[in-house]
Design a protein around this ligand. Sequence first.
Ligand code: GLN
Length: 310
Amino acid sequence: MNKMTNEMQQLLEEACELARGHLGEGRVASYIPELAKTNPANLGVCVMTKEGECFQAGDTEIPFTIQSIGKTFSLILALETGGFEETFSKVGMEPSGDSFDSIIQLEMKNWTPYNPLINCGAIATVSCIRSKTPFEDYLDLVRRLCGDPKARLSEKVYNSEKRTGDRNRAIAYLLKSDKILGGDAEEVLDLYFRFCSVLVTAKGLARYGMILANDGVDPISGERMVDARIVKTVKTLMLLCGMYDESGEFAVKIGIPSKSGVGGGIVSAAKCGMGIATYGPVLNAKGNSVGGEVILEYLSEKLGLHMFQG
Ligand code: GLN
């Protein structure tokens, strides 16, 4: 190992160590019963550089469900197949400042969800995907961008979400009654629950973050994987809305476009074409990974990754 490799490895281990001391500050998600079974001690971080180097510490190969990180993939698919105009006629581009499952703002803004990265906005976004095989297309996109052919549906989490997802069901029917959602609300919900329940790893998500950080191009093969305008849109929304009602504080402290999910993952597209993903299922009150945030704050400071700091 050269000096640089050693240093990065050491940083990741220090970050995990530091984060471990904070895991008592939150809890594993339990509103989806199947998620409550996750081991709260799981913790890991993976960094992927544009040169193709991969650094990892802790639990980077344990599969966990993608949950709200999947909202970025839904948005890519909606923009690719439905287009910008159609998609952004159904969902806005504004941070909501409210919790991920909030409904309060729907009535206040003509029933148009504030952005695609909260539940109501993601459900509207899923309805904009134009495909005869939307789940297969979604899974294919996740597999390709994560470089993980093993990404697959967790039937257990999917069934658990579907059985208990009454709040999301309420959101979908509100959107339908106010003409934001065309088509069948149950079909859209079924897709949304499936999208949330795909199993990924920190290692796979770090590669996805790296592709986003390189504006949609795989820097190793030179292949364009996602349109540059779509990536620009997704990363901007990640910075503004990716951590729900903690997005502002996260941007000030950490300053890296990121998206979290209640499965415990956070994916980040950092400076210099670097992708980072963390996994830690213990969540804070906003539904974001406690360990992931500690790790990202440490790395942002030590590696100078804040996007508004030279
Ligand atoms: N499946 C979850 C839900 O809809 C996703 C939420 C999240 O990851 N914040 O409630």
